[in-house]
Design a binder for this molecule. Structure first.
Ligand code: PRP
Length: 196
C-alpha cells in the first residue's frame, strides 16, 4: 500500500514481506451508503423514464453495489450483466493505465441503454477503458455510475454520470472495495492504514 490511490501494482500477490494493515476510521456508514444508493436509483428512474436498462457491473469491486442498486430500482425494467477487469494503474511503460477484460459481457449490448456500474473511480483508467470499449458496440445510450468518486489522483477526464459519495484522499476498503481481496464484505467503507 503506497500513497492513497486505490489501484495496485501489476504484482498484487500478498507476500511474506507485505506490511500488516489495520482498519481505520469509518468514512461512510451503512446508512450513508444506503442513502447514496437510493439517491442514485431515484436519479436513474427520473432520467430513463421507464426505458429498459442494461446494468453492467464491473467486478469484482461492484459486486455489492450492483445488488443493492438493482433492489433500490425495484420494479424498474432492467437486465444485468458483468465484466471482470484487471487494472494496474500506471503499470504500463508509458505511464498510462493498463486495463484488461478478463471476462466479457454475456449479452450483446447493441441497442441497449447501457449503464456501467462501478464501486469507485480513482485514476479513471478502468472506466475510461470500458466506456471506450462499450461505445464501439453500438449501445442505444451509454452512461456510468459510481458509488464512490475519488478524484484526487485522476489521470483521465472520464465522465461519471451518477456519483453517490465523494471520498477523501485515503485508501478505502469495504462494501466491495478490497485490499488484496480482503475486506470486500464489510457493510461500511473505512480507511485502511499501515499497522504501527
Ligand atoms: C478497482 C475498482 C475499479 C477500479 C478503479 O478495481 O473496482 O474498477 O479499481 O480504479 P481506476 O479508476 O484507478 O482505474 P480493481 O482493479 O482493484 O479490481 P476489483 O474490482 O477486482 O477490486
Amino acid at each position: 500500500m503506497s500513497g492513497s490511490t486505490q489501484t495496485k501494482s501489476a504484482d498484487a500477490t500478498p507476500g511474506p514481506t507485505e506490511s500488516p494493515v489495520v482498519l481505520g476510521d469509518i468514512v461512510f456508514t451503512a446508512v450513508d451508503i444506503d442513502r447514496a444508493v437510493r439517491d442514485i436509483a431515484a436519479r436513474i428512474r427520473a432520467d430513463y423514464r421507464g426505458e429498459p436498462l442494461l446494468l453492467v457491473g464491473v467486478l469484482k469491486g461492484a459486486i455489492v453495489f450492483v445488488g443493492d442498486l438493482m433492489r433500490a430500482l425495484g420494479d424498474y425494467p432492467l437486465a444485468v450483466d458483468f465484466v471482470v477487469v484487471a487494472s494496474y494503474g500506471t503499470g504500463r511503460v508509458d505511464g498510462r493505465g493498463d486495463v484488461r477484460i478478463l471476462k466479457d459481457l454475456e449479452r450483446n449490448p447493441a441497442g441497449n441503454n447501457v449503464l456501467l456500474v462501478e464501486d469507485i473511480v480513482d485514476e479513471g483508467y478502468t472506466l475510461e477503458y470500458l466506456r471506450k470499449n462499450l461505445a464501439t458496440r453500438a449501445p442505444k445510450s451509454l452512461r456510468a455510475c459510481a458509488l464512490v468518486d475519488k478524484p484526487f489522483h485522476r489521470r483521465t477526464d472520464v465522465i461519471v454520470d451518477y456519483v453517490g459519495l465523494r471520498a477523501p484522499d485515503a485508501f478505502l476498503v469495504g462494501y466491495g472495495l478490497d485490499h488484496q481481496e480482503r475486506f470486500r464484505n464489510l457493510p461500511y467503507i473505512c480507511e485502511l492504514r499501515p499497522a504501527r
